[in-house]
Design a protein around this ligand. Structure first.
Ligand SMILES: CC(C)(COP(=O)(O)OP(=O)(O)OC[C@H]1O[C@@H](n2cnc3c(N)ncnc32)[C@H](O)[C@@H]1OP(=O)(O)O)[C@@H](O)C(=O)NCCC(=O)NCCS
Length: 191
């Protein structure tokens, strides 16, 4: 149960601007805390996020920054080498439990997609294919379908903690996806 002061603080935070930006070295610890809160079965979040941060540009890590407080994180990882038609996996997405259900998860996906595609374009390649997986019972599956146009292609029974569904979109039109996102799902500036 949150006390009055905490509730007041959350309400104040909710009036603040939220931005999605690339993680900086100084953000690793706070990002790891969000990771830990989002994935309680996983361990060594700090080391994990440190590895992700340092594997740029193979992985690209972004945070949701709410008036200086990191409340969410997402990272994308290129699969199977730096291909001309890049195959990009949305590897992990988490929003701190206190801030879930406010559109931050969707904003993280849609607002990081453009810089991910731009980074890939810098080497003359194209973000062409998207892959993502999650537990079959995780509502994240719906978020992925809505924001990325991915469709279920396979389920692996008992992979991690339960059955895991893999969703994929091939030959994606990133410009279209981004335009769609801007029109529909983006609440990111004022929460
Ligand atoms: C998945 C997660 C990142 C979503 O973040 P979020 O900020 O709460 O998501 P949003 O507020 O952007 O919600 C997006 C949609 O999901 C729905 N949603 C959010 N929380 C939900 C819940 N607990 N149950 C069902 N639907 C939910 C919202 O209603 C919204 O749908 P709408 O746009 O049609 O209204 C967050 O729940 C989380 O961190 N979970 C733990 C980690 C995890 O499971 N990550 C994904 C697997 S890698």
């Amino acid at each position: 149960v949150k006390d009055a002061k905490e509730t007041e603080k959350l309400a104040k935070d909710a009036d603040s601007k939220m931005i999605v930006r690339r993680a900086q070295r100084d953000d690793i610890q706070a990002t790891a805390e969000v990771h830990k809160a989002g994935f309680p079965r996983q361990t060594y979040s700090n080391e994990w996020i440190e590895c992700v941060f340092h594997s740029f540009p193979k992985s690209q890590l972004f945070v949701a920054d709410l008036a200086g407080k990191i409340v969410g994180m997402i990272f994308w990882t290129e699969k199977s080498g730096f291909r001309k038609e890049a195959f990009v996996e949305l590897e992990q997405l988490a929003v701190h439990p206190d801030y879930q259900g406010k559109g931050i998860g969707k904003a993280l996906i849609l607002q990081s997609l453009a810089p991910v595609a731009e980074q890939i374009a810098k080497r003359g390649a194209k973000l062409a294919n998207i892959l993502v997986n999650t537990r079959v019972d995780n509502h994240a599956q719906e978020i992925y379908k809505q924001t990325l146009g991915v469709k279920p292609v396979a389920t692996i029974s008992g992979l991690f903690s339960a059955d895991e569904v893999f969703l994929m979109a091939k030959d994606v039109d990133i410009a279209k996806l981004l335009a769609q996102g801007t029109q529909t799902a983006l609440p990111p500036t004022n929460l």
